[in-house]
Design a protein around this ligand. Structure first.
Ligand SMILES: [Zn+2]
Length: 373
């Protein structure tokens, strides 16, 4: 019980290979765990199109635990997938109370810490016979690639209008009440190839179009709530050929959806204009992945969190805006007041990822308290 069980659970889950779109094994294990905790589980709530496209994945797991008292139904969520490199993970407990990876993979604390915290909350509800209202669980797949898995979940079945997503780094007590829209884009610039020495003037240089377009474009923080990044550029085929094709990819994030949309359109428009001027063409593709949300501090979901945090001795809980997306964005988009809670994951998306056992215990304590307060 307590710390030992949490550590054991964490290490066990970390032992699964569960990179995005390959969650089948861990998901089957989680279904059994939930059933053993008295939770009614449904896996028929994810659109078939997703499962067809990703046969090694699994439906998003929905669980329902009937309350034994009146009260607001609450949804607890975390994701089952990890980023790469996430196969062959080994978890080591250090002398100073951390769990670290072998150094050649991520640890998977993002988001297995969240999964462990919610499961531990359920364990303790049961063994301590605690009173709680209806609890819903949503363990999603393929969250890392811009929340792809949760795109296909049937939100119509949810009773809850308040949700806690355990999926944030930083000390337990930190909580995101707003998160950005994320829009990615691909720009394929098509010019015309030509011999670089014999007839360069017959070519339309796609690389020049790219450079011209990027020249005065601001990247990084373009205002206090918006970021722009060009992530990849590729093109050309040889040193002595005027480059015919260049491909650029990037993304925009903003806490304001309108700003993100406007900024993305502005960027794409600039490439199209410059390409046309030079006699080429820019094919642009804009993908809106998730939508920005902001939960008001006055909402019951926030009040409950603050009360729970206080009751477990978190002296100064921090309500923040995150620039990371999560399934919280999807929930909010589907009419659910959402907070994304820190749950003992650090250096995420790197092979130096780790969790702190004491923090993991606190995250579980927080889950249990939210369920019962
Ligand atoms: Zn995550």
């Amino acid at each position: 019980m307590g710390a030992n069980r949490i550590v054991e659970n964490f290490i066990e889950l970390s032992g699964f290979d569960s990179e995005s779109f390959h969650e089948q094994a861990i998901a089957r294990y989680i279904v059994d765990r939930l059933v053993s905790l008295g939770v009614e589980v449904r896996t028929d709530t994810t659109d078939a199109a997703y499962l067809k496209a990703h046969p090694d994945s699994f439906p998003n797991i929905y669980g329902f635990l009937r309350g034994n008292r009146e009260g607001t139904p609450l949804l607890f969520s975390a994701h089952l997938d990890t980023v790469a490199p996430g196969n062959g993970k080994r978890a080591y407990v250090t002398e100073d109370g951390k769990i670290v990876s072998g150094g050649d993979t991520v640890l998977g604390a993002d988001d297995l810490s969240g999964v462990v915290a919610v499961l531990e909350g359920l364990e303790r509800l049961r063994e301590e016979g605690r009173k709680h209202s209806d609890i819903e669980i949503l363990f999603t797949v393929a969250e890392e690639p811009f929340c792809e898995g949760s795109r296909y979940f049937d939100y119509g079945i949810l009773k809850s209008r308040n949700a806690y997503v355990f999926d944030l780094s930083g000390p337990v007590g930190r909580a995101a009440i707003s998160a950005p829209s994320i829009i990615s884009f691909e720009i394929d610039i098509a010019g015309r190839g030509a011999h670089a020495g014999f007839a360069p003037e017959q070519g339309v240089n796609a690389l020049n179009i790219a450079v011209e377009s990027l020249k005065d474009m601001k990247t990084g923080h373009v205002d206090e709530e918006t970021t722009v990044n060009f992530g990849t550029i590729a093109g050309g085929i040889a040193k002595n050929i005027v480059p015919e094709n260049v491909r650029i990819t990037g993304e925009v994030r903003s806490l304001s959806h309108q700003k993100a949309a406007d900024e993305a359109d502005r960027i794409l428009h600039r490439f199209q204009q410059n390409a046309r001027k030079a006699g080429g063409i820019a094919h642009c593709c804009r993908n809106d992945h998730i939508r920005a949300f902001k939960t008001n501090r006055e909402e019951a979901v926030v009040e409950r969190f603050l009360k729970a945090a206080e009751s477990i001795g978190i002296s100064s809980p921090k309500l923040v805006a995150t620039m990371g997306g999560s399934d919280g964005n999807r929930l909010w988009e589907n009419g659910i007041q959402t907070m994304v809670l820190a749950c003992a994951m650090e250096n995420v998306h790197t092979t130096g990822e780790y969790t702190v056992i004491k923090e993991l215990e606190r995250a579980a304590e927080l889950a249990l308290t939210l369920m019962t307060i």
